[in-house]
Design a protein around this ligand. Structure first.
Ligand SMILES: Cc1ncc(COP(=O)(O)O)c(C=O)c1O
Length: 374
């Protein structure tokens, strides 16, 4: 017991002295430039009212789901919504998981088998890495968005091969050449899986649908905790894939199902998304305004058309100091430090929203320019 306590304390002390200690903070009252609530759904009183009305109309609303989906926790209501969401994204079927992390863990730990191959972009999300680690498949990464590097790995692949990308990368905000990656995976008879966590919303149904590629993509993961302002996720694909996951995805099987409140929230958020053209335009306008105003800032900006915009400061200290300066100015901007991102690419990760005002964006860009030119 004492040895375990010592181990914990030593590890925490190590983190502290490296300046990488993580601690929970109370909710922020600053201007939101860091949350994933891109379209303001999480804070929408309209959505809240719609959810309450929906719950009032349901015949039986249990506070909890009472069990896993395979035991007492399944509802026809949930299955209908799953089907509705799949249809919205032009997919044959979908299976809801309790989070995006669970969805990726379940998908990548259950589908690829020993002797198969998983090839991921080097910037792929941790939930996909963790799922792939739990599989017994061979794992390779390819250089970020680099088709030649992907081709090299495809040549080495054995067994069934799964290539995994994000349509908007969570830490860089950029977009891969999806059509070219798809054509390459098809040439090597590999299946392409796309995580659309940060694309759905800005691209209403996701980037895969925007590009008209949905029929050729093996599976997509859509999370409900970002632009949809809720919680949970869905894996989209064929009916057979859905049935496979129900049978083999352990993060689906061995967990209590989401409550009806959570499912109703997702249903009403999708209804809001269907009519969100003006809100999406407001987000796009804010992205354009940010690009215009940041132009003469001395710090490099990663290329991104999404709500995620990264200003590269190239050291943990400068990134931390600049974020603190912005926070003191009233702007909630967070630093992303190494080793979360490679050393030398430490950055501010700015998330823009439909509800940010022009004044807020001006304050952000002017403050950054002042700091950079001081
Ligand atoms: C690309 C990507 N996939 C999956 C997840 C996990 O989703 P969730 O937050 O719903 O667990 C995230 C969230 O950080 C993400 O950025």
């Amino acid at each position: 017991m004492k040895a375990a306590e010592k181990y914990i304390k030593d590890k925490l002390a190590e983190r502290l002295s490296a300046g990488l200690y993580r601690a929970l903070k109370p909710e922020s009252t600053l201007i939101d430039l860091c949350s994933n609530d891109y379209l303001g759904f999480a804070r929408s009183s309209v959505l809240k009212d719609h959810i309450n009305e929906e719950l009032k109309c349901l015949p039986l609303v249990l506070n909890g789901s009472t069990g896993s989906r395979l035991l007492s926790g399944n509802l026809t209501y949930t299955e209908d919504i799953e089907q509705g969401i799949a249809a919205y994204h032009n997919a044959e079927a979908g299976l809801i998981f309790n989070s995006g992390y669970d969805a990726n863990l379940g998908l990548f730990s259950s589908l690829p088998q020993r002797g198969d191959t998983i090839i991921t972009d080097e910037l792929i999300h941790a939930s996909i890495i963790d799922g792939a680690r739990l599989s017994h498949a061979n794992r390779y990464t390819f250089r970020h968005n680099d088709l030649n590097s992907l081709k090299d790995k495809l040549k080495q692949a054995k067994g069934n091969c799964y290539v995994v990308i994000e349509s908007v990368y969570s830490m860089d905000g950029d977009t891969p050449p999806i059509a070219e990656i798809l054509a390459l995976t098809e040439r090597y008879n590999a299946a392409l899986i796309v995580d659309e966590a940060h694309a759905v919303g800005l691209y209403k149904k996701g980037l895969v649908c925007e590009l008209g590629l949905e029929d050729r993509i093996f599976a997509r993961v859509v999370t409900f905790g970002k632009a949809l302002g809720c919680h949970g996720a869905i894996v989209l694909g064929s009916d057979a894939l859905r049935n496979y996951l129900i049978n083999f995805a352990r993060s689906f099987i061995y967990t209590t199902a989401a409550s009806v409140h959570q499912i109703a929230s997702v249903k009403m958020a999708y209804d809001l998304l269907r009519d969100a053209d003006e809100t999406i335009s407001a987000l796009k306008n804010n992205i354009s305004l940010f690009h215009k105003k940041i132009k003469d800032c001395p710090y490099p900006l990663l290329k991104s058309d999404s709500a995620i915009q990264c200003v590269v400061l190239s050291s943990n200290e400068l990134a931390r100091k600049t974020a603190a300066h912005l926070q003191n100015t009233g702007l909630d901007v967070r630093a992303i430090l190494s080793p979360t991102v490679p050393a030398g690419t430490e950055r501010l990760r700015i998330c823009l929203h439909s509800f940010n005002t022009a004044d807020e964006i001006n304050l952000l860009t002017n403050t950054l320019k002042q700091i950079g030119n001081a």
